[in-house]
Design a protein around this ligand. Structure first.
Ligand code: ZN
Length: 372
């Protein structure tokens, strides 16, 4: 029983657009709940599927597994949260040039629609398929209460995880950089700005320290692929509101990304040494670099369905894959053709959604149904 391609595309487009309409971002927890209801409505009619909802720090996640299965062979993983856009009315979509255009279409409501459809269709076709589904709602906030919680604290395990939240159709992500988000802070002594010698300006010392960082990280550049540590200054703040006053406090945030074999500890030491003793550091988020080791069968299935070679790519950004990859569980990260991520013009190519669905379908059937 194969759905015709137009029916499948229509189904995926409708589901994606319905999901986009729910503004499920961190600032709207009720809408996150509503989006989970939507997902549950989509899969709960399946016989023999048990849906469990979990909460960590009030942040919900969902795991759907066939009855009696605690360790599925394959776990489909996604997140329902999107980044926050100020205007709630911007959570709309349009169809243009064969694409769904709208916030979250690519990251990752379109891919999530594919996960829901494939999960439902395969479980309708086959009994007792060892295929699970995990959906979280804090990926855009770091994944601590979602994928990390499910794997580290609930103890979810699988043989292989599929996360359509990186790479492209034929580009499979095999490595992700580590992340270090730091708050840096400096204290000084306030004075009238006409007599700067009476003060000790923390803002200027913070600026000097971040320029030392800038020069040092520039010197770590090794190649044109940018596969080296990077450091971006993202926020600079002082409580001072007065032009002619030297502030007594200043702070900033840094977003540092680094490939293996660097570790969080290496990077933190490196940055602290460069900043010097006068600057206090506080870690907001840290994650080690991840190697993902995808299943070779997935690469060959992708080539078979698309008729094109695959490439194994390194990704500058991190994803929820790190919480699974670090347990030595193979994670496959690829997705349909997408663009303009995190903008209002974010898009996903509709034809590639169907191609991607066919890749998943063939891979899952081969992995789950054939024993040899
Ligand atoms: Zn994402």
């Amino acid at each position: 029983m194969t759905q015709s391609s137009t029916d499948l595309q229509k189904m995926l487009v409708a589901l994606t657009r319905d999901l986009i309409l729910i503004p499920s971002d961190a600032s709207r927890p009720d809408d996150i709940e509503r989006s989970f209801e939507f997902v549950i409505n989509h899969v709960e009619s399946l016989d023999n599927i048990i849906i469990n909802k979990y909460y960590h720090s009030d942040i919900p996640s969902l795991v759907a597994l066939p009855k009696g299965v605690t360790h599925p062979k394959i776990l489909l993983c996604g997140h329902i949260d999107v980044i926050t856009h100020a205007d709630v009315l911007s959570y709309r979509s349009q169809i243009a040039d064969g694409r769904i255009v709208g916030p979250g279409s690519a990251d990752m409501k379109g891919p999530l629609a594919i996960l829901l459809e494939i999960f439902r269709n395969l479980h309708m076709q086959y009994d007792n398929l060892p295929l699970g589904l995990a959906i979280t709602s804090d990926e855009e906030r770091g994944g601590n209460s979602g994928m990390r919680f499910l794997f580290d604290e609930v103890g979810i395990r699988c043989d292989v995880a599929l996360i359509p939240d990186g790479g492209s159709l034929n580009e499979i992500t095999v490595e992700e950089k580590g992340i270090l988000h730091l708050n840096i802070q400096c204290n000084g002594h306030s004075a009238h700005a006409a007599r700067p010698w009476l003060g000790n300006n923390p803002l200027e010392r913070l600026a000097e320290a971040t320029s030392r960082l800038r020069k040092n990280f520039d010197s770590l550049k090794t190649d044109e692929d940018h596969w080296h540590p990077t450091c971006a200054l993202t926020i600079v703040k002082t409580p001072n509101q007065t032009v002619n006053r030297i502030p007594s406090e200043a702070e900033a945030t840094l977003d540092i990304r680094f490939p293996a074999p660097y570790t969080v500890k290496d990077m933190l030491n490196h940055v602290c040494n460069l900043l010097g003793e006068e600057i206090n550091t506080h870690t907001l988020i840290s994650a080690e670099p991840t190697l993902l080791s995808p299943d070779p069968l997935y690469l060959s299935v992708t080539e078979e369905v698309t008729g094109k070679p695959t490439s194994q790519e390194k990704e500058d950004g991190g994803s929820d894959a790190r919480f699974i990859g670090r347990l030595n569980i193979p994670v496959i990260v690829s997705r349909p053709i997408v663009g303009e991520l995190h903008s209002l013009e974010e898009w996903i190519d509709i034809e590639s959604m169907e191609t991607f669905y066919r890749i998943y379908e063939l891979y899952l059937k081969r992995r789950l149904l054939l024993t040899n």
